[in-house]
Design a protein around this ligand. Sequence first.
Ligand SMILES: Cc1ncc(COP(=O)(O)O)c(C=O)c1O
Length: 383
Amino acid sequence: MRIRDKLFDLVPLRSGTCSLKWDKYAEKDILPLWVADMDFRSPQCVVGLATELCDNGNFGYGVCPPGLYDIVQSRTMDLYNWSIEKSWLSWLPGMVCGLNVACRVFENEASQVITNTPVYPPFLSAPGNFNILSTRIPMVLEKGRFTIDFNKLNNLPTKKGDLFMLCHPHNPVGTNFSRDELLRLGEYIVKRELFICSDEIHCDLILDNELSHIPFASLSEEIANRTITLMAPSKTFNLPGFGCSFAVISNPDLRRRFKIAMRGIVPDPPAMGFRLAEEAYRNGDEWRDRLLVYLRSNRDFAFGEISKMDGLAPYSPQATYLLWIDAREMNVDCPHVFFENAGVGLSDGSDFDAPGFLRLNLGCTRELLERALVRMHKAVSNL
Ligand SMILES: Cc1ncc(COP(=O)(O)O)c(C=O)c1O
């Protein structure tokens, strides 16, 4: 069903605003549906606070407001039934930074960093930044949904102290892992004495009403002891430009090692990032509820339209605003170049270790999405 909501039908003009997403195609008639950044205005409460802070005109160093600790703690309990201590939090200026810090913690200990592919590119590059081998285990498709290949994992030789990097929910395939899948992975981690970094940046973007997010570390104390959880309000409330993320680590020794790996290199988030994160978490959930309705409608519409296009097979995401598409049957060398030539800028699957695939960003107005899909349809029909 087509959802009309002026919160998301009307968006600010982004061309010429130093937007990574829009400037890539400046001066070109290519609709940008690539990087994971939404075109919508953030919730009005966040915009209002940002305006107030700008009017104040002082942009000095910041410190985390006590209220942000409070809201993170109460939110993890209210939304995921996960009880955390404030002392478990470490603030980060970005999640990619957190993924790299996690690898740094294990640079002298891990023989490999294991991850499921396809996956968000920094999962593939971060281990190499610390001379650690990146081991990639392709996901398997079960009933139209990508999941962890436990057969392959069980056959993989591992050493005590290796790191697993989990994208949960999963970018780009949109899987919301079930409790059974997570428990099975948790048992594997504990049995083999591995550690895990669980990137949960998309956790508040569960599109299917009957599903909910289960933090990996909430499964058991034993599992939590081996887990670094990364979270942020940035994807949910469209705040990535304000750099405020955090790690949750209950194991004191692991937390100490994480903080040592950050030392002297990782700055605190800016004051504005802290304040806006708190505001979004405290007062942004009504906006988020409406966002999810809009995204769900965009997802179902795009899935339906792309399913009709020859050579393209879309996978409906359970979470995130990203739609993964198999374009291998199109038999073109570079599907993303093909669609750029047709006026639609998608992410190239090769960057996610999956050549021949594409990722489409649903975080845009329905009107823009419709225009992009018409262009894609035309291009495919003319092939
Ligand atoms: C799974 C995942 N982790 C991390 C990031 C980036 O986070 P940040 O911008 O805070 O570095 C993204 C952005 O798309 C993502 O999808």
